[in-house]
Design a protein around this ligand. Structure first.
Ligand code: ZN
Length: 247
């Protein structure tokens, strides 16, 4: 089986289409979406519809959840909050109802799936250090080899390994990772629609259960087109400009 894991699309249709085109060439069996389909970008309805058509499992992210529960906006910065308010003016009733049905966590094979972190996925905590990862490794089943996450928009792999019954933790930003049986992983697949690691190209992950290799993919898309759309619908400049630099 070859799974593509996508996350943090953020209403960026050009990025999502480019990623889906690459996925088609990669002979993927199933696509998993870790949430944040909407927020920030100009095409929420189109992105929800494409994700529904193409993905086997779909989770909710904090921006999706904020569309259905307005108290969540309290935790957002002014730009994110403005983008959600704008999103609610254009989102169809059907798509809003669909967002309300999405789960916080799921599983496929021996992979645990959440948007933010295995510890209370509904609290939207970030995993930004090996200390954060160490804490979270105990909150998903010991038999699950990988927990896939998104949320920070930074692709990274955290490791848990056991030597002489002592657990140790580390991280890598590798783009090709052969999995080892005696290790567990928390893998952030990066963001399709708003990368923040200094590279404006879309990011997503592929896991191959036959070869036992995880790959991080980067895909160039028509970022200028998304940028122009965001300006023309009046979304904050800060949000459109960051797409050009991937920060
Ligand atoms: Zn996000």
């Amino acid at each position: 089986m070859r799974y593509a894991i996508i996350s943090d699309i953020h209403s960026n249709l050009e990025a999502l289409q480019a990623v889906l085109n690459t996925i088609e060439l990669e002979e993927i069996d199933k696509i998993i979406c870790l949430g944040d389909i909407v927020g920030y970008g100009p095409d929420p309805n189109e992105c929800i519809e494409l994700v529904r058509q193409n993905c086997e499992k779909i989770l909710t992210g904090n921006h999706d959840f904020a569309c259905i529960k307005d108290t969540e906006l309290y935790y957002f910065n002014q730009y994110a909050a403005k983008a959600i308010e704008w999103t609610l003016t254009v989102l169809s009733k059907e798509n809003l109802e669909y967002l309300a049905k999405l789960p916080f966590a799921d599983r496929i094979e021996n992979y645990y799936l959440v948007h933010s972190s295995p510890f209370e996925p509904q609290s939207w905590d970030y995993i930004l250090s090996t200390d954060d990862a160490e804490f979270n490794f105990s909150y998903f089943d010991q038999n699950d080899q990988i927990c896939f996450i998104g949320h920070s928009h930074h692709p990274i792999i955290y490791f848990e390994e056991s030597e002489n019954n002592k657990l140790s933790y580390s991280y890598k930003t590798a783009i090709n990772l052969p999995l080892e049986k005696d290790k567990r992983y928390i893998i952030n697949v990066g963001s399709v629609g708003q990368p923040r690691d200094g590279n404006p190209d879309s990011a997503f992950g592929i896991i191959d259960t036959n070869t036992q290799v995880y790959q991080l993919k980067r895909v160039r898309y028509e970022v200028r087109k998304t940028y122009q759309k965001m300006i023309s619908v009046g979304l904050p400049n800060f949000l459109s400009e960051r797409l050009l630099i991937g920060k």
